[in-house]
Design a protein around this ligand. Structure first.
Ligand code: SF4
Ligand code: FE
Length: 510
């Protein structure tokens, strides 16, 4: 089944979410003006599956059933599949200019699929079989899945089971014949309100004593005990005002929640890890790698919109041909393409897991995301530079349309004579929205912390780097170790000492 955007939005109306926004319980959240743009952004992932130009990117054959499914619910069957994922995310970034939320679930299902296979291999459990069944149901119904990883964490220097408050990480509080009961909370949860189900995963390496915290399971967003608290975004209440100019990106936006699991019951057939602590890190690293690759798609697409808006502002201000403006816009293109190239590269270097789906290259995925913790700041800095200080000083849309003072705003905020002031106004508020955060939840802060903060990537980059190889190469070429003899086919210098191109041991992260 490939749902249309309308069918997706209609299906949300059937959910009975326990949702709070700005201190109030929200019942008709589908039509709430603050929430609806984020629903529209997810709906675009359904729309593209029905457009001839994007169908090849948005639809693929299920590895489980062979049927056509939306790519957001699919396993990666090949490096090519991951390339298409990144290209699809770029198109979605271009069409929505915000976080379209559905990638977390896509990346989570792939990580849980391969990890459960390896848990079962070691322990003879049946997590993988259960997971395949649940995923078939998800594909068949084209539901929206949210990946739930980030725990609230409490004292960052203390492991889950040693926290003063045991609920700082989601954990099992009861094991019953028919299932488990979980308690805790997940913070900064992307797209939960707009999803049908959450795929819960641990958030970090688990050690002795952390068994109850090593839990993965599927939970409907409206299951009893689940409470969703909507995250604030800068300028979010502009969406409650009349008019569409001040919002900037009126139709689309991101969404995050604080998700509470207050003694939530999960039947066994929805439990995919329960106590196998040594596999928590495998799941975390594989998911993080996929999602850090994903940023090479979405952030590059969003950057394209920002570049277009910036170039338009330069046009409207009459400075488009100035050498320094061209140089700065060229720099923005360079930054966007570098991010995208990393996402693609980690797909091309992907490798097959034991379960049969493909994993993105862990080192390059982390490099991709690490660039994303920096480049969107530079992109927005350049956009703000070119747009000018008026970006943060424009009078309100109501002033612009005011019967008495409107004519002054119109007259004095005009740029080049042949462009209406309103066009300039709209482009300014779009850049404002992208820079200051009402649409993403903030292009740059989300880029900094989404899919893990910069230090998390630094740790992975360090772990995945074969430093022995690099040092051996240097020692051999410097003559500290034996130099390679180019006439002797057995002589490989430092390269031979540490590198094995045997498919069982390469890449190292396998
Ligand atoms: Fe997708 Fe990007 Fe949002 Fe993550 S931040 S869910 S990759 S759009
Ligand atoms: Fe994100």
């Amino acid at each position: 089944m490939l749902r249309t955007a309308k069918e997706y939005i209609d299906s949300l109306r059937e959910l009975k979410e326990n949702l709070y926004l700005l201190g109030e319980k929200v019942d008709n959240w589908v039509d709430n003006p603050i929430i609806r743009p984020s629903i529209n952004a997810v709906a675009m992932s359904y729309k593209l599956a029905h457009e001839p130009e994007t169908r090849d990117l948005a639809v693929t054959k299920s590895m489980l059933t062979g049927k056509e499914v939306n790519r957001f619910n699919a396993l990666y069957k090949s490096p090519e599949d991951m390339v298409k994922k990144v290209k699809l995310q770029k198109v979605l970034g271009q069409r929505t200019a915000c976080c379209f939320q559905r990638c977390v679930g896509m990346d989570a299902i792939n990580a849980v699929f391969s990890t459960t296979y390896e848990i079962d291999e070691k322990y003879g459990t049946e997590y993988h079989k259960r997971f395949r069944k649940w995923l078939e149901y998800a594909q068949e119904n084209d539901i929206c899945i949210q990946g739930a990883m980030t725990d609230t964490k409490g004292h960052r220097g203390v492991p889950p089971s040693k926290q003063a408050d045991p609920d700082m990480f989601v954990h099992v509080v009861e094991r019953r014949n028919d299932g488990i009961v979980i308690r805790g909370a997940k913070a900064s949860q992307t797209g939960t309100v707009n999803s049908h189900e959450m795929l819960v995963m641990p958030t970090l390496n688990m050690r002795e004593g952390d068994e109850d915290y090593s839990v993965s399971c599927a939970v409907p967003v409206d299951a009893p005990g689940v409470i969703l608290i909507y995250g604030r975004q800068s300028c979010d209440t502009r969406k409650l005002e009349e008019g569409d100019i001040d919002v900037g990106n009126y139709n689309f936006g991101g969404q995050e929640t604080l998700t509470i699991y207050d003694n939530v019951f999960v039947p066994w057939d929805r439990v995919f890890m329960c106590g196998e602590k040594e596999f928590a890190i495998m799941l975390v690293e594989r998911f993080a790698s996929y999602h850090r690759q994903s940023y090479g798609g979405c952030k590059a697409g969003i950057a394209d919109v920002l570049i277009g808006a910036t170039a338009s502002m330069a046009d409207y201000n009459g400075v488009r041909r100035a050498p320094h403006i061209r140089e700065k816009i060229g720099e923005m293109i360079h930054l966007a393409q570098t991010v995208h190239a990393c996402g693609l590269a980690s797909a091309y270097e992907g490798w097959k897991t034991k379960a049969g789906n493909y994993q993105s290259d862990i080192l390059i995925s982390n490099v991709c995301k690490h660039n994303v913790t920096r480049f969107p700041y530079e992109l927005t800095r350049l956009a703000e530079d070119i747009a000018g200080g008026i970006l943060v000083t424009t009078p309100a849309e109501k002033d612009f349309k005011h019967p008495v003072i409107g004519k002054y705003v119109d007259k004095y905020l005009k740029g080049v004579p042949d462009v209406p002031t309103e066009d300039r106004y709209r482009m300014l508020t779009l850049i404002h929205a992208m820079s200051f955060g009402q649409i993403a939840p903030s292009y740059h802060t989300e880029s900094m912390h989404g899919a893990g903060s910069p230090q998390a990537q630094k740790i992975m980059i360090d772990r995945e780097t074969d430093m022995d190889l690099k040092q051996s190469l240097a020692r051999s070429l410097a003559g500290v170790d034996e130099r390679e003899d180019v006439l002797d086919s057995n002589s490989k210098g430092g390269w031979k000492k540490t590198t094995e191109l045997d498919s069982d041991t390469w890449p190292r992260s396998k």
